[in-house]
Design a protein. Sequence first.
Length: 306
Amino acid sequence: MESWRRNPLVFWVIGLPPTAWLLVFFLVPLALVWVLSFAELRGVVDMEVTGTLANYWRALDPLYLQIFGKSFVFAGLTTLVSLVFGFPVALAIVFAPRRWRAVLLLLVILPFWTNLLIRTYALIAVLRTRGFVNFALEWGWDQANAVLAFAGLGAHQLLGERFEPLELLYNNVAVVIGLVYVHLPFMVLPLYASLEKLDRSLIEAALDLGASQMRAFATVVVPLALPGIISGAILVFIPALGSFLTPDLLGGTDSQMIANVIERQFKSANDWPFGSALSFLLMYLTFGALALRALYSRRTAGQGRA
C-alpha cells in the first residue's frame, strides 16, 4: 500500500468525514459537559460558568464517595465473576472442532442482537418471585417432598410446610447478576482472541514433564492469556462502572450506582454542573484504567524486544 503522503487527497477524502463526525458529535459535546462542570446554578435552569471547583468538592462528600465505592465493588465483582465463567467458555471454544468455533462465537455475541432493555426485562422474568428460577426450585422441592413422604421421613418437618420463593430481585445480588449477564461476552471475546494464539505444545510439554492439569493451567495457560485477561477486565469493568439501567431495574433502594446519581442530576434534580462533575470524575477513572493498560502493554513490548 502506498504511503498516504503520496496521495494526500485520498487520505483527506477518506479520513475527513469520520473525523468531523467524531469532532461534532463526541468531542464538542464532551467539551461542553467539561465546561459545565465548572459552572454554578443561578436559578432553576440558568447556569453561569465561573471556574468554580465547588462541584468537584461536593462530589468528594462521604455520601457520594460511598456510592463511588459501591460502584467499584459492583464493577469489580462483575469483572471477577465474568472472568471465572468466561475463561472456561473461551477455552471450550478454542479447543472445540474448527467447524463449531464460528457457531459458538455466534452464540456468544447473539445477545447483542437484542435490545438491552428487553434483555433486562427478560432477566426480571427469570429472577422474580414467580419467575423461572423459583418455579424450578419449587418443582425440586415438591419432588423431594414426595420422595421423603413416600419414605416416611416426615417431609414437612424437614423441608417445611410449603416452598418459600427466594427474593432474587431488587437487591445487590440481582445487580451483579444483571451486570454479569450483560457484560460476559466482553470478557469471553478477548480471552478467545488471546487463547487462540496459544501454542498447545507448551501445554503438552508441561504435562510430559510431570505437571498436573491444574498446574499446567496455572503456569502455562494463564500467563499466556494475561493480555486477554487484562483487556477483558477493562472491557467489562469500565462499562459496568458506568451502568445505570441494570441497577435501576434490578436493584433496590441501596443498590444505586454512581451512574444512577448522575442520571438523576441531569433529569430530576436539574443540577447539570454537579452531574457534569460526577461524569468527569468517572471519566478520569476510566482514563486511569486505560493508561494502566497502555503502560502494561508498553512494558510487555519492551520485555519482548529485550
